[in-house]
Design a binder for this molecule. Structure first.
Ligand code: NAP
Ligand code: MG
Length: 482
């Protein structure tokens, strides 16, 4: 057992007021680590440290920011195997998925190192004679970050990197389920040469640490990723706080994948299996509604089932495993509850959905495929967040598109087709923030915007150069040079 891992506040590693245990979902006897939990007073200290560090960091040079972000990137990438193993061990995605996520975090820091050098303003003519107008971007202030458990390093990276890049200071609250990756990332950031207080880690619950960030007047902005229910609370708190806080919310999904008669069946099955079940279906961009037109429906279901039979579900760290365990007991209970709801609603549990026993005690669930579902069913409307997908039959493209858009969410969507006409029409008419053609709904680049619409997202986009919309505030300056 390793020593208790501490919080990082004002440049020091400090003890907390409680302990959170990080459990391996592939083997619940394996304690990944023990982490100090911060309380309200410590969270307030972290906010004060971030506030104190802001004036100097907000005026730091692009070179200082580049150097820090570049060092962070270099260390993450150099240690991607080790960090990927830690991530897979605490969260349950497979080792290759864990390593891939860590690599992505490293690339995000590299991208924003470069962005620090590229931030430019504008200068224009005034409509009034003799005057000058300048438009510049300034950092927002102290940014609180509240993140979910399913991407324990990539999501923190895509918030922390742009925040630091544009001169903000940070208080980071990771999900309590995954303190290990957050702690490892924070150690790397702590070594990067940033002045004390610029970056702070506070591990703890949403109701204590999260709530303190939301209520504190010195926190200027909140970047949140998580469920819709929590997102609503965040929005309310940000609006009620005085002054109001800037906020961005990335939330749930019920992402559709349309499969048309003219699709390449092999491609469609790979895209569907990846989108629905990889990372144990625990991705906000997972495809949980497979909307399949009549001419290919039966062939698609048969090929899907064959492909699912070949998926190996097991210990996330073992080689050859395609699908790791569900993250914890409460998520597993939710998945099983929805499998029951689907059956009660009259959908047919066509394949999977069984609890599995493996060598070690863990939350192993066979990926589940429902057929004969319709879009009014709860399994087609509510986010399950597990390896559970349903097939909805559509008579043609037009009906498939209508079903695809008939959801309160709008994060990602996809279509499998060999028709340029339908692909183009779908890209334009799908009501989602990200649209994929012959590609899984999950799996995105790091240098372009990420985000959704409708109930899935609120506020400015994350990632790529679009991230500056959230992490900067615009100033318009007028001058009369005389
Ligand atoms: P969650 O339960 O909403 O938790 C997200 C974060 O909010 C956690 O750090 C949580 O702390 C914190 N929190 C909970 N209640 C809070 C409160 N009252 N005040 C302040 N903070 C609070 O979400 P999750 O279960 O971790 O993650 C799964 C969800 O995330 C899914 O809905 C998924 O779709 C969504 N997600 C969205 C995206 C996207 O980009 N759109 C990406 C990934 C995941 P605790 O540690 O105490 O739980
Ligand atoms: Mg949670």
């Amino acid at each position: 057992m390793t020593a208790l891992q501490k919080n990082f506040i004002a440049g020091d590693w400090v003890d907390g007021s409680g302990i959170t245990r990080d459990i391996n979902p592939s083997n619940t006897n394996d304690v990944v680590g023990e982490y100090a939990k911060a309380d309200k007073a410590q969270t307030e200290k972290a906010i004060a440290a971030a506030k104190g560090a802001f004036p100097a960091w907000s005026r730091s040079t692009p070179q200082e920011r580049f150097d820090a972000l570049n060092r962070i990137s270099t260390e993450i990438l150099a240690r991607k195997e080790e960090l990927g193993r830690l991530l897979a061990r605490e969260e349950g995605k497979t080792l290759p998925e864990g390593i891939g996520e860590v690599a992505r975090a490293g690339q995000i820091f590299a991208f924003f190192a470069g962005e620090a050098l590229r931030l430019m303003g504008e200068k224009g003519a005034s409509v009034r004679p003799g005057l000058e107008v300048e438009i510049t971007r300034e950092p927002v202030g102290v940014v609180g970050m509240i993140t979910p458990w399913n991407f324990p390093i990539a999501i923190p990276a895509w918030k922390i990197a742009p925040a630091l890049c544009y001169g903000n200071t940070v208080v980071f609250k990771p999900a309590e389920l995954v303190p290990g990756s957050a702690h490892a990332l924070s150690e790397i950031i702590a070594r990067s040469g940033l002045p004390a207080g610029v970056f702070n880690l506070v591990v703890g619950s949403g109701s204590v640490v999260g709530q303190t960030l939301l209520e504190h007047p010195d926190v200027s902005a909140i970047s949140f990723t998580g469920s819709v229910a929590t997102g609503r609370k965040i929005a309310q708190a940000c609006v009620l706080s005085n002054p109001m806080k800037k906020f961005q919310l990335e939330m749930g999904g019920k992402n559709p994948l349309v499969v048309l008669d003219d699709a390449d069946l092999k491609v469609a099955v790979e895209v569907a299996v990846n989108g629905a079940y990889f990372s144990t279906g625990q991705r906000c961009t997972a495809s949980s509604r497979l909307i399949v037109t009549s001419g290919i429906h039966d062939r698609f279901v048969a090929a899907m089932t064959e492909r699912m039979k070949g998926l190996s579900v097991g210990d996330a760290l073992k080689s050859g495993v395609h699908v790791g365990p569900v993250v914890d007991q409460s998520q597993l209970d939710q998945d099983l509850r929805y499998i029951k709801i689907g059956q009660d609603e009259g959908a047919r549990l066509y394949w999977g959905g069984e609890l599995l026993n493996r060598e070690t005690p863990g939350f192993y669930l066979q990926p589940a495929l429902f057929t004969e579902a319709n879009n009014a069913m709860r399994i087609a409307r509510e986010e399950i967040f597990g390896p559970v997908a349903c097939v909805i039959r559509a008579k043609d493209y037009e009906e498939a598109l209508a079903i695809s858009n008939d959801t309160e969410f709008g994060l990602a969507s996809g279509i499998c087709t060999t028709s340029l006409k339908y692909a183009s029409h779908y890209k334009r008419n799908s009501e989602a923030g990200m649209v994929m053609v012959n590609l899984p709904t999950a799996g995105v680049d790091y240098h372009v915007p990420f985000g959704g619409r409708k109930g899935s997202s609120y506020g400015a986009r994350e990632q790529g150069s679009y991230a500056r919309e959230f992490y900067t505030t615009v100033k318009t300056a007028y001058a009369n040079p005389g």
